[in-house]
Ligand binder design. Structure first.
Ligand code: GLY
Ligand code: MN
Ligand code: MN
Length: 497
């Protein structure tokens, strides 16, 4: 973050510096005075808290209890400059959104320990643009350029938390140099720098201790996010349902994709994501033909050919920032060839085994092993790997063609809770309320001489989003077909005749 975006001066200073490159370089006193006046009072009063507020309060209480006596600093993050005064799209930091329900930029949640236990919670926000100093129309990020912000009072009512002007944050942090401070690092360089200044670490050992303070806060938050509350599960279902509609859009648009490229697939899905949600939750993978063997093919600039498979891995992110993560591999013509079906059906069998292994109390790694076993058995049966299957699995030889893990946690982040503790996540047991993907795949690279020529260039992945329930699982993405026959029937309903 630069000073351009947040001066540390008094609260009547502009939030942002003047716009660059303006053609009108000066402002007459008459115009400045006129612009100050004639504006209606638009303050929104009697606002009700957002639905999520009761959940964010509970989440904050849990994290408060986990770090008694410590000050916790959780920034939303800043816009990243693309060039000059043009920015990349902003997406609030996950832990900030989780603890506040807010998704706007340049803010920071602070939990300050109270003498008698617990924490005072204050959300430091950008206030409304100042009309008196002209910032609202002359500032690079004034409200007449970027849109109205909530006032501090409005935000307090909506989010159910005390608010303060973010320009007072550095001073508020500096006011207490003795309290142990932990920051979710890497989202706001200025806030990180203020925390570093407070710590004044002078040697490697104290720097390492400080890094551990921050890391432990991030780990605790990721651990806490592993089990979704009912509101989060409903948001994830919204994300999945919008994604299902996006896949339907793509099926209908396959003729135009054939006339253009994979970009038509990406763009078609993106339209659904922007209309129904905030964005896509990750770069859409629209991979046709041999591009499907590149796991994260996001260039999406290849042709979509009749006779090829199209692997679409895409997810809508809701306006509250929860994302789906779904993959379907579909024949562009509407019908699998015998060979494509053979590969697809093996991946489908592996996914069935993986999904069946998702249940409360089961180790997180079980579904991966269940899927890998089915794939290894199939590859041995086809003569691509030399048995016995136990040896293949022990040596992991199937991985030449399966390449990736069979799934991951899903939530605010597509690869959710990645930094949580191994004992609660990777080597932990599944719990009701966890949401994860099951996504086995087979990928035969176009230049892989170990496979028969006809298999080269075929890539298949099937990915669904699964909620762990009290007595088993729910396939949240069951609105999309999975078996080869069902995919064909689904395409037949959507492909123009
Ligand atoms: N879309 C990336 C993944 O499936 O993990
Ligand atoms: Mn995934
Ligand atoms: Mn995916």
């Amino acid at each position: 973050m630069s000073e351009q975006q947040r001066p540390q001066a008094e609260t009547d200073a502009p939030v942002f510096s003047p716009r660059k490159n303006g053609q009108a370089q000066s402002v007459s006193d008459e115009l400045a005075g006129w612009m100050r006046t004639g504006w209606a009072d638009t303050e929104m009063r009697d606002l009700e808290p957002i639905e999520q507020a009761e959940h964010t309060a509970r989440r904050r209480a849990t994290i408060s209890a986990a770090f008694p006596g410590d000050r916790l600093v959780i920034p939303s993050g800043q816009y990243l400059t693309r060039s000059n005064d043009t920015e990349y799209p902003f997406r609030a930091a996950t832990n900030y959104a989780y603890l506040t329900g807010d998704t706007t930029d340049g803010n920071c949640l602070v939990l300050t320990p109270k003498a008698d236990g617990g924490h005072d919670v204050v959300l430091y926000l950008k206030p409304r643009s100042n009309r008196d100093n002209g910032e609202f129309w002359l500032g690079g990020y004034g409200e007449l350029w970027t849109g109205r912000r909530n006032s501090l009072e409005e935000a307090a009512a909506l989010l159910g938390v005390a608010t303060a002007d973010v320009r007072t944050l550095p001073a508020a942090l500096r006011a207490d140099t003795t309290v142990t401070t932990r920051v979710v690092r890497g989202h706001d360089a200025e806030i990180d720098a203020v925390v570093d200044e407070l710590r004044a670490d002078t040697d490697e050992e104290s720097r390492a201790k400080s890094a551990k303070l921050d890391e432990d806060l991030g780990v605790a938050l990721a651990d806490h996010r592993l089990v979704k509350d009912e509101w989060e599960i409903a948001q994830l279902q919204l994300a999945v349902d919008a994604t299902t509609r996006g896949f339907g859009d793509v099926a209908k648009a396959l003729p135009q994709a054939k006339d253009t490229s994979e970009r038509y697939v990406e763009g078609t899905f993106f339209l659904r994501a922007r209309v129904e949600g905030n964005d896509v939750g990750y770069g859409t993978i629209a991979a046709s033909g041999a591009n499907a063997t590149t796991l994260h093919w996001t260039r999406n600039d290849g042709p979509v050919r009749e006779g090829d498979l199209l692997l679409l891995d895409a997810g809508v992110e809701t306006t509250t920032l929860y994302t789906a993560d779904v993959t379907r591999t579909m024949p562009v013509s509407g019908t699998f060839t015998d060979l494509q079906r053979k590969v697809y059906d093996l991946v489908y069998a592996a996914q069935e085994a993986g999904i069946a292994a998702v249940a409360p109390g089961k180790p997180f790694t079980d579904f991966h092993h269940a899927s890998q076993r089915v794939l290894a058995e199939g590859l041995v049966e086809w003569g691509l790997l030399e048995g016995p299957v136990e040896r293949v699995l022990e040596l992991g030889l199937q991985r030449r063609y399966t390449l990736h893990g069979t799934g991951h946690m899903l939530g605010l982040d597509v690869h959710d809770c990645a930094v949580s503790r191994q004992e609660t996540h990777l080597y932990g047991d599944l719990k009701p309320g966890m949401v994860l993907t099951v996504e086995p795949g087979l990928y035969f690279q176009p230049d892989d001489l170990t496979v028969p020529e006809e298999l080269r260039g075929i890539g298949v992945r099937i990915e669904d989003d699964i909620l762990v329930t009290e007595d088993g699982r729910t396939v949240m993405s069951a609105g999309l077909p999975r078996s080869s026959a069902d995919v064909e029937a689904w395409l037949a309903e959507r492909l123009p005749r």
